[in-house]
Design a protein around this ligand. Structure first.
Ligand code: 5GP
Ligand code: MG
Ligand code: MG
Length: 182
């Protein structure tokens, strides 16, 4: 399916598995058994990571899902996000753990955090699989748990898409330009 389209496999399946296991342990150790925790997956990119991560967290968490999109203001993103699908549960007085695929500029996360804060959760923490620190414009946006710092390259796989495809590829890769042309 991807012959000649992969420039480099950046993170393979074994690396993902091992790192996510560690992250699950760290998250488990951070909270208490009787904390009310909601893991909030940011769709769609976060769904594969969420599924693997939640199985490495040894706490009675609930899972909820939110889909957001950036408003495009002319040629550049304004960074305002609109909710396409909101959470099903109230997060008031609960510990919220946001699960993201990648923090790039940080704009999406900044707006999601600000929206969720108004709902009076007990705490908000962020867990991201990938982080592109070079691209960050929102300097105050940081993850509490971060799987991998990556260079400023467009990556695909393990939940991350190109044109809504390839989210199902089980590893993370940098594509050859042919992928965009084909
Ligand atoms: P932000 O710039 O707001 O931090 O990131 C917004 C969204 O852009 C991310 O949640 C992710 O869905 C998408 N994105 C950012 N960098 C990449 C990338 O390298 N590959 C893919 N497939 N999506 C990305
Ligand atoms: Mg995302
Ligand atoms: Mg995308």
């Amino acid at each position: 399916m991807l012959e000649g389209m992969i420039k480099e496999v950046l993170i393979d399946e074994k690396q993902l598995k091992d790192r996510i296991k560690e992250m699950g342990k760290n998250i488990t150790n951070h909270y208490n058994e009787d904390d009310e925790i909601v893991m909030v997956c940011i769709l769609r990119g976060g769904f594969i990571f969420m599924a693997d991560l939640v199985r490495q967290v040894e706490l009675p968490v609930s899972c909820d899902f939110m889909d957001v999109t950036s408003y495009e203001g002319g040629t550049t993103s304004t960074g305002n996000v609109r909710i396409i699908k909101d959470l099903e549960e109230s997060i008031e007085d609960k510990h919220v753990l946001i699960v993201e695929d990648i923090i790039d500029t940080g704009l999406t996360l900044k707006h999601v955090i600000n929206m969720l804060k108004t709902r009076k959760p007990k705490s908000i923490k962020v867990c991201t699989l990938l982080d592109k620190p070079e691209r960050r414009t929102e300097k105050e946006v940081e993850a509490d748990w971060n799987g991998f710092e990556i260079p400023n390259e467009f990556v695909i796989g393990y939940g991350l898409d190109y044109d809504e495809k390839y989210r199902n590829i089980p590893y993370i890769f940098i594509p050859e330009p042919e992928l965009y042309e084909g």
